[in-house]
Design a binder for this molecule. Structure first.
Ligand SMILES: NC(=O)c1ccc[n+]([C@@H]2O[C@H](COP(=O)([O-])OP(=O)(O)OC[C@H]3O[C@@H](n4cnc5c(N)ncnc54)[C@H](OP(=O)(O)O)[C@@H]3O)[C@@H](O)[C@H]2O)c1
Length: 344
């Protein structure tokens, strides 16, 4: 399976290095020639969970240098979401007959790309593998996670199994007949755990201790879950059952709900939100594909999403450096979302 990995950042770098280390001949594409030259000189080095390794990276080139004369059976798309949407149409041109594009971004990217480019070209993917890039070509694997892949339209397929077997030589890969549901399960937590933590500049355990934090968590989660269910997705169990105990379209305070929340806290309560790292590095966030995706789909399916809309606006303001992450912002978002809910 002739394979190209596009985006040799934290995730793409680890997948590329682990595949090359076991002799799988993958080619690599960076954003530009300078990044390619740097990686060619440094090679790829991985530490952390799953073991350390160093490999050379001779077959790394700027994406623009690939041409339609040189096509691939599999292209793993490992850029951030904004870049993925921009670059995907060009990548489809680099696929040979029957070739597959595998996006592994968080949020709505696989479904958006399958809708735009055709489900026959796009296989859905997501990553439970945690990775950081400490310098170009230097990566740390932070957990024993896996890639999860499957047909965006649902069900099983020979192609998903073929791709799994191929990539599983280097990294753990699982196939699911319900990738849309799995994407939503992750999205539900990203919308509330990650984004609210980033806005507050705190971990979930910190921000959920305040009344505003707790209420806003419930509101963003309830809206996102309502949108998921209205769109026909069936979120799967991930850490917790995606539907909170006694949920009636809204979260209901109870001991069972506290225990449900506690399970999320046990897994994610002390993790520094990845979006907060984006803020700190002055990088563009994936908000439009996380809470923004919920707001857009909510509009489409007639589900009000005032809390998520206020969250998106706040993140945009932080990115534009008009405001900084602060726990007080959660109270302001809550007021805006209550006012938005009253107007509906
Ligand atoms: N890292 C994790 O633990 C993790 C876990 C789960 C999901 N994810 C998801 O996986 C995706 C990738 O995350 P990441 O952490 O690996 O991001 P990252 O470290 O920023 O890596 C993305 C890489 O893509 C490159 N890139 C951007 N545009 C490109 C283009 N047109 N052609 C070729 N390369 C291009 C970037 O280069 P520049 O630096 O030049 O922009 C960067 O090296 C995100 O959607 C993220 O949400 C990540």
């Amino acid at each position: 399976m002739k394979t190209l990995i596009v985006g040799i950042g934290a995730l793409g770098g680890i997948v590329a290095a682990r595949l090359r280390a076991v002799g799988v001949p993958v080619r690599l594409a960076t954003r530009n020639a300078e990044s390619a030259a740097r990686l060619k000189a440094s090679g790829l080095r991985v530490t952390g969970v799953g073991g350390s390794l160093t490999v050379e990276a001779p077959e790394v080139t700027a994406l623009d240098e690939y041409s339609t004369r040189d096509t691939f059976d599999l292209i793993v798309l490992a850029t951030k979401a904004n870049d993925a949407i921009e670059v995907a149409p060009r990548l489809v041109e680099l696929l040979g007959p029957g070739g597959t594009l595998l996006p592994i971004q968080n949020g709505g990217v696989p479904k958006m790309l399958a809708d735009r480019l055709g489900g026959d070209r796009v296989l859905g993917g997501l990553s439970n593998l945690g990775a950081t890039m400490t310098a170009p070509g230097v990566y740390e694997q932070r957990n024993a996670g896996h890639l999860l892949i499957g047909e965006v339209a649902g069900g099983e397929s020979q192609r998903a199994e073929r791709v799994r077997q191929w990539l599983a030589r280097g990294v753990e890969v699982r196939v699911t007949p319900n990738i849309r549901g799995a994407v939503w399960s992750k999205l539900l937590l990203n919308c509330s755990v990650t984004t609210l933590g980033a806005i507050a500049g705190r971990t979930m355990r910190d921000y959920i201790a305040s009344e505003e934090g707790r209420e806003l968590f419930d509101r963003t989660y309830d809206e996102a879950l309502s949108v998921a269910l209205s769109s026909g997705a069936r979120p799967e169990r991930m850490i917790v059952d995606p539907v909170p105990p006694d949920w009636n379209g809204r979260s209901v305070p109870s001991e069972a709900h506290d225990a449900w929340l506690c399970q999320i806290l046990n897994s994610y309560g002390d993790v520094k939100p990845s979006m907060l790292q984006d803020f700190e590095r002055g990088r563009i966030t994936e908000i439009e594909f996380i809470n923004g995706y919920v707001v857009n789909l909510g509009r489409q399916f007639g589900v009000p999403t005032p809390a998520n809309a206020a969250v998106v606006e706040t993140v945009r303001s932080i990115t534009r450096r008009k405001i900084s992450p602060d726990p007080k912002l959660l109270g302001r978002i809550l007021q805006a979302s209550r006012a938005g809910a009253r107007r509906k």
